[in-house]
Write a protein that binds this ligand. Structure first.
Ligand SMILES: [Zn+2]
Length: 138
């Protein structure tokens, strides 16, 4: 029961893409890359914990290989690219206005379609994303 609660929390954290800063190397990592604990282990990433010999006996470090790290990055960028495009598109449209007919109108239509489909697509592909993410998690 307890482990289910922990799993749900970490998935939620990944979904919100909270990236805390490590106290030792001041790098940002996903929540699941941090060692669990208080005191000296509070907000310390797995990498620093290994370097400073803070890993508890039997605890496996959650370090990603370069290949897995690249695959994860591409998975995340594929998932959030439509949102970035949408924000960029609206910024461009709002700064440019309707100055170039008919292209402005066409651009607006594309933007509206993107705005309507992106959230739907995001939630429809959530299960697939989570399963790919767990496949890429050690
Ligand atoms: Zn660190």
């Amino acid at each position: 029961m307890h482990s289910t609660a922990v799993l749900k929390t970490s998935l939620l954290m990944v979904g919100l893409s909270i990236m805390p800063t490590c106290r030792m190397c001041t790098q940002n990592y996903p929540v699941n890359q941090f060692v669990k604990g208080n005191g000296p282990r509070y907000l310390v990433c797995a990498r620093c914990a290994v370097e400073h010999d803070m890993m508890a006996p039997g605890e496996t470090p959650l370090l990603y290989s370069d290949e897995v790290a690249r695959a994860r990055l591409s998975l995340f960028s594929r998932r959030y690219r439509p949102w970035v495009l949408m924000i960029l598109g609206w910024t461009l449209f709002l700064s440019m206005g309707r100055s170039i007919p008919p292209w402005s109108t066409l651009f607006l239509i594309v933007l509206i379609i993107l705005t309507l489909t992106t959230p739907v697509r995001h939630f429809m592909t959530r299960t697939k994303f989570n399963s790919e993410l767990s496949r890429l998690s050690p």
